[in-house]
Design a binder for this molecule. Sequence first.
Ligand code: SAH
Ligand code: TMP
Length: 408
Amino acid sequence: MMNRRCRITGDVVTNVLDFGRQPLGNGFLLPNNYKDEYFYQMSIGFCEQSFMMQLNEQPSPEKMFHEDYAFYSSTSRYMGDHFEEFANYLLQSEYLSNKDPFVVELGCNDGIFLKHIASKNINHLGIEPSLNVATSANLNGVETISEFFGIDLARKILKKYGQVDAFIAANVMCHISDINGVVKGISELIKPEGVIIFEDPYLGDVIRKTSYDQIYDEHVFIFSGLSIQALFSNYGFELIDLLPQSTHGGSMRYVLAKKGVYLVKDSVSNILREEHNIGLDNIDTIRKFSEKVQKSKKDLVELLSFLKKQGKRVAGYGATSKSTTILNYCGIGPELIEYISDSTPIKQGKFSPGMHIPIYSHDKFVDNPPDYAVLFAWNHAKEIMEKETNFIANGGKWITHVPEVKIL
Ligand code: SAH
Ligand code: TMP
C-alpha cells in the first residue's frame, strides 16, 4: 500500500485497509467496453492529526463525472422527501432571514433539492459538472451551470451573481479531492454572515455498521465532526450545528459559518464529545473496523457459496456504486449473483463494473424472482421493503451485510 499525505494537514496518513484493484463505482458498461475498463488500486488511510479517513488514490474527476453519469438523485422517493425537508429547514432557519437571499448548491444533480428553492422564486444557482443530470436540473426549472467547482469558478460566480447567503451541498463535499480549493472558493464567495450547510455519509455510522461499501472512488473522504472541524478551522470557519441524518445509511448535516458570527448550538460539543468517546479520533478504532471488514467479506462469500451449492438462485437488489466495492473486494461475479435489479434506466442492459453482472429492470425481479436477494441498496431498505411485499409473500428472502452478513 502506498503511503500518501493527508489532504488537510500534509502529514503522512496511516494506511488501514487495501481493497485491491477496483473499477469506477458508477462505471456500468457494455461488453464491448470491457477491454478498456479502467481500474485503480483502492486503499484507505487515516490521518491521526486531522482524524480524516481518506482514499490514498482517487481517479480523476473527469473519469467519474461526465455526460453519462449514472446516478440520478430522484430515483428514490424517500430522498425526494428528504430534500424537500432539507429545503424547508433552510427556508425556515435564522440563516435566511435576509429578504432576498442567494442560495448556491454544489453537485445539485437533477435538481432534487434546488427545485424547492427555485419554486419559491428564490435566487439560486446549481453547480453540476455531469452534463446529463445538469440538463435534467435545468429542465426542472433549476438554473444550473455544468462545471467543476473550485477557486476559479467561485471567482466567476462572485463576479456574475454576487455573494452567497447559503452554500449547500449534499453527498458531494466528500467526493472532491481538492477540498482545500473548494473551501477556499466558498470562503471568497459567501457573505460574512453566510452559512455553509452540507451532508455526507458519516464515519460514526460507517464504523458502527461496518458499512465499508461507503468507500468507493467517488467518496475520497468519510467525514466526522472532528475532521470537518480540522478542515474548516484552517479557513476561519467553525461548526455551529450538527444534525444526524438517517439518509444513505447514516449521514451528518454540518452547519458552518465564520467564527463568532452565530451562536454555537449544544449539538456541536455533544456530538464531538461522543465522537471522542467512540474513538473516531483514534487509529485503533479504524484498525478494528478494518478487521471487521475482512470478516464481513469472508462471511458473505461463504454464505453465497453455500446457497449456490444448495442450488438456490441469488440476485442483487440495487446496482449501487456501493455494491461495486463489495463485489470487487469479495470477488463476487455472475456465478454467485445471477443479475442485479435496478430502477435506473441508464444502468439497465449494462453490466456491473469490474465483475460484469448483468443489470436488469425491476420487471425481471418481479417476473423471474430469485430465492434470495442481496440488498445492495440497504440504505433504502424501508422504501424497498414497503414495495416488495410480494417477494417475501412468495418465499423470497433478503440478504444483508450491514451491520453483519445475515439472512433477514
Ligand atoms: N446532491 C445530490 C447528488 C449527489 S452525487 C444528492 O445528494 O443526491 C454527487 C454529485 O456531485 C454528482 O452529480 C457529481 O456530478 C457532482 N460533483 C462532483 N464533483 C463536483 C464538483 N467539483 N463540483 C460540483 N459538483 C460536483
Ligand atoms: P444509492 O444507494 O447510491 O442511492 O443508489 C440506489 C440504487 O438503487 C439506484 O441505482 C436506484 C436503485 N433503486 C432501485 O432499484 N429500487 C428502489 O426501490 C430504490 C429506492 C433504488
